[in-house]
Design a protein around this ligand. Structure first.
Ligand SMILES: Cc1cc2nc3c(=O)[nH]c(=O)nc-3n(C[C@H](O)[C@H](O)[C@H](O)COP(=O)(O)O)c2cc1C
Length: 171
């Protein structure tokens, strides 16, 4: 038995999505609408609302890092989703430390399990978000892994992965 809705606002269902902090220069934007779209070359797509300061930063700088943080930092990520970088210093606000910056000046966050360095190669507006497509030019993997990915369920709810298994590889 299903209940059927026709808009996301009405449905209010849990939609588990891996959540990262998108850094353009020093500005940090929580992002959960993103996905890999090509393996070789490795390309990644992120959907960003035009009203967000990050949108204009991406248009100007054409690059970003995607920092995949452990679940335990969900309060920090959630708080960063309530403020805008054109009127606050979100890096300082976050209390997060940086490993360094990439060659384009985008921060790399030390707490990340892994980080993608991204160079935008295409973009198009679709609905109320712009899809920025990027070449992933470097993948940084932390020697210490939390093994607890941060998943955003929508409406301020977060969860993490409970178990990991390897499925049977059939002949
Ligand atoms: C967990 C979470 C995930 C989010 N995912 C996205 C996203 O994928 N794209 C987007 O445009 N905004 C997303 N947002 C909203 C932005 O992070 C929020 O509007 C932020 O304040 C924008 O910051 P900025 O104006 O400094 O760019 C998300 C917010 C949260 C809390």
């Amino acid at each position: 038995m299903f209940q059927t809705y026709h808009t996301l606002e009405e449905a209010t269902h849990a939609q588990p999505r891996v959540t990262a902090l998108l850094a353009c220069q020093n500005n940090l934007m929580p992002a959960s609408w993103h996905m890999p779209i090509s393996k070789s070359p490795f390309r990644y797509a992120v959907a960003v609302r035009e009203e967000n300061y990050t949108h204009q930063l991406l248009e100007t700088h054409q690059s970003f890092t995607l920092n995949f943080l452990p679940f335990e930092l969900y309060e920090t990520v959630n708080a960063l989703g309530k403020v805008h970088g054109d009127n606050s210093d979100k890096l300082t606000l976050s209390g997060l430390t940086t490993e360094s910056k990439d060659a384009q000046g985008n921060v790399l966050l030390s707490a990340s399990d892994f980080i993608y360095e991204c160079q935008i190669c295409d973009s198009y507006k679709n609905g109320d978000h712009t899809i920025f497509i990027a070449d992933v030019t470097a993948i940084h993997i932390n020697a210490v892994q939390s093994n607890e990915a941060m998943l955003f369920l929508g409406r301020g709810r977060y969860t993490t992965t409970k178990k990991s298994v390897t499925a049977h590889k059939g002949e």
